[in-house]
Design a protein around this ligand. Structure first.
Ligand code: FPP
Length: 229
């Protein structure tokens, strides 16, 4: 970090490009996701080290379930094994973790493992790592409204809705990064990104390292945020 840079308190990332990264190397898509996972762990550690308070990543969308059974099961088992690989590191780094998404789509042993990991990290006071898994922004809004109605809410304002989102208690992202060249939100944090600064780059996610992250933060630090004022 350069001294004159403004650090985003909350960075959200759409980690796109794993499949193309693998394709270029004539590898299966799951190999791209495995490389993407390593990159994710590295970027999370850097964010924690430089003082980012919240990092939210899009690991699997509600729409991704329609990919081939092989790719979906590959991603689920990658997530399962990642918990064993990284849990002690997260604990050591004082990183709290939270999975957001439609957990009914996860189910079974993976969900149990996720809940146990969240429990183990719940008292960590450093960075909060939020992993969007089986996540869709419109679905999140619909479930928030349903949950609010079930709880007896009759009138809705921004604050009320915010309390029923998966991200309740987490500030909105300051900076949203999308790698892989596409320039869209793909149903990610639709409500929360109302005033986020958007940063798009062509780098495929498995190639997105420290210098690419620092370039995004430097770009962010030059933005003038007005929040509609
Ligand atoms: C988008 O790239 C990426 C995904 C659908 C999965 C992202 C997952 C990881 C980075 C793995 C780490 C996370 C966990 C918790 C398992 P794409 O496959 O759409 O790439 P393409 O656009 O090049 O096809």
């Amino acid at each position: 970090m350069k001294d004159n840079q403004t650090l985003p308190g909350h960075i959200a990332v759409i980690m796109d490009g794993n499949g193309r990264w693998a394709g270029k190397r004539l590898l299966p898509r799951t190999a791209g996701h495995a490389a993407g996972l390593k990159r994710f762990a590295e970027i999370a550690e850097i964010c924690s080290d430089i003082g980012v308070k919240y990092l939210t990543v899009y690991a699997f969308s509600t729409e991704n379930i329609n990919r081939s059974a092989e790719e979906v099961s590959g991603l689920f088992s990658l997530a399962y094994n990642a918990i064993d690989t990284y849990i002690e590191k997260l604990l050591k780094k004082n990183i709290r973790a939270k999975v957001i998404g439609d957990v009914s789509m996860i189910g079974g042993p993976l969900l149990q493992k996720i809940r146990a990991a969240e429990q183990k990290l719940k008292d960590c006071t450093g960075m909060t790592l939020c992993i969007a898994f089986c996540y869709g922004g419109r679905h999140e809004l619909a479930q928030a409204v349903n949950a609010a109605v079930s709880a007896g809410e009759r009138e809705f304002d921004d604050e009320t809705i915010g309390r029923y989102l998966y991200t309740a208690g987490i500030p909105d992202p300051d900076l949203l990064i999308r790698t892989g060249g596409e320039k869209r939100l793909s149903n990610f944090l639709l409500y929360q990104c109302a005033y986020s600064e958007l940063y798009f780059c062509d780098t495929l996610w498995p190639d997105f390292g420290r210098s690419e992250l620092m370039a995004a933060i430097e770009d962010y630090s030059k933005r003038k945020r007005r929040f509609g004022r």
